[in-house]
Design a binder for this molecule. Structure first.
Ligand code: XMP
Length: 224
């Protein structure tokens, strides 16, 4: 089953929330932040800002301390030649990441997604204006399916694309909630499986309170 760990945690915590930790202040206190929100957050997304701030060796420690509690998603939106994407994915797996985002447009993923790599999540449509990706959406999904990709990133405000991705059987991850304009649970209502929220939580005076509000809205939407 795709994303088995993620779904297990999601069912246990009754939450569809993945926390993106990007800004320095949040990263500097990441251990405390994860402890505070652990009961309601199912995944943690880290990308270049985290790599610059913490370095991969500290990221590895953070993951190994909490690997049973969270699904760790590496968000580097990889788009290099297949050999390098594969090499990078193998290293991300070594660090402990469960999943990793990859671009689809560059193709070559049949060679990149081999060996013991994290679960791949394809970037299908950005939350900001991304006409080139959106135009290629259906082709991207056909290709993603062919190479065994089971998850897609689709911006929270692109509700038609979320629904289309879902219809084709993908697990949908939607960023764009909060600071980028999406309302809590908006993507879930459109059919997304997980919402990725960053600054609306990490910048809050009381991050736990925002997490509670997001998850409450999700539970209401899903009637769970
Ligand atoms: P905020 O702070 O806006 O950040 O809640 C959300 C996180 O999600 C990422 N992000 C995206 N990733 N397609 C992506 O692949 C998108 O459309 C998109 N929008 C936001 C961003 O990197 C941040 O960590």
């Amino acid at each position: 089953m795709a994303f088995e760990k993620l779904w297990r945690l999601s069912n246990e915590k009754k939450s569809r929330l993945i926390l993106a930790v990007d800004e320095d202040r949040a990263l500097e206190n990441i251990e405390d932040l994860l402890k505070e929100v652990g009961s309601l957050v199912v995944g943690v997304k880290l990308g270049f800002p985290a790599a610059f701030n913490l370095g991969f060796s500290r990221i590895k420690d953070v993951i190994s301390d909490r690997r049973d509690e969270f699904y760790f998603l590496a968000d580097f939106k990889l788009a290099d030649i297949p050999y390098i994407v594969n090499l990078t994915l193998l290293k991300l797996k070594d660090i402990g990441f469960d999943g990793a985002t990859v671009h689809i447009f560059q193709r070559g993923l049949e060679e990149a997604l081999v060996g013991n790599v994290p679960e791949a999540i394809g970037i299908a449509a950005m939350s900001h204006n991304s006409p080139l990706l959106d135009r290629e959406f259906i082709d991207s999904l056909n290709y993603a399916k062919k190479v065994g990709i089971r998850g897609l990133v689709v911006g929270a405000l692109k509700e038609d694309l979320i629904a289309e991705g879902k219809r084709r059987g993908f697990t949908i991850f939607s960023p764009g909630i909060g600071v980028q304009g999406g309302k809590f649970a908006q993507a879930i209502k459109a059919g997304a499986d997980f919402e990725i929220v960053g600054r609306a939580i990490t910048r809050a005076k009381d991050p736990k309170e925002v997490v509670e509000n997001v998850v409450k809205a999700q539970r209401e939407a899903l009637k769970i």
